[in-house]
Design a protein around this ligand. Structure first.
Ligand SMILES: [Zn+2]
Length: 155
């Protein structure tokens, strides 16, 4: 999981990892994180067990990359005359990438966004075609990070 997502984002994960606080209750979503590296996940929510729990804890850890990923997207939009990043783009990237990382390790995993129909709703739905067209081939080693992100910005 870690090798997959760090290769995808080309960012460093803290050597000591992220501390994940496990509590009976976290919030309505079953897990959350803050920009201050606070990650909380529920031990009782059925949606944070099994491979969904694996996706969830890496998803929350990946939010710590929101700022550097957004900065990269802003820079690329200026360098390539692409539209600026739309609201929700970093979250859509996380939904997609964390699910693909689990699928790479756990046969038959269905990611949260697919499971909950999030790709058919806003804001994630507006990114799905671009993620399928540009991000998935990148995850499969068929393009560069910047090519994939520029394609996503223009889609
Ligand atoms: Zn999230």
């Amino acid at each position: 999981m870690l090798a997959y997502i760090t290769r995808a984002y080309q960012l460093e994960w803290p050597k000591g990892g992220h501390l994940v606080n496990v509590s009976g209750y976290s919030n309505w979503a079953g897990a959350y994180s803050t920009s201050g590296d606070l990650i909380v996940t529920s031990s009782l929510d059925p949606d944070t067990t099994g491979s969904l729990g694996l996706e969830s804890i890496f998803h929350e850890g990946m939010h710590q990359w929101d700022q550097p990923m957004l900065a990269r997207l802003v820079r690329l939009s200026k360098e390539h005359q692409a539209p600026p990043p739309r609201n929700g783009i970093t979250h859509a990237l996380i939904w997609y990438t964390a699910a693909e990382a689990v699928k790479n390790s756990v046969r038959g995993h269905v990611g949260y966004a697919d499971r909950l129909g999030m790709w058919k709703q806003n804001p994630n739905g507006g990114f799905k075609a671009g993620l399928d067209t540009y991000w998935k081939p990148y995850l499969d080693g068929k393009s560069t990070l910047d090519e994939a992100l520029v394609g996503l910005l223009k889609s």
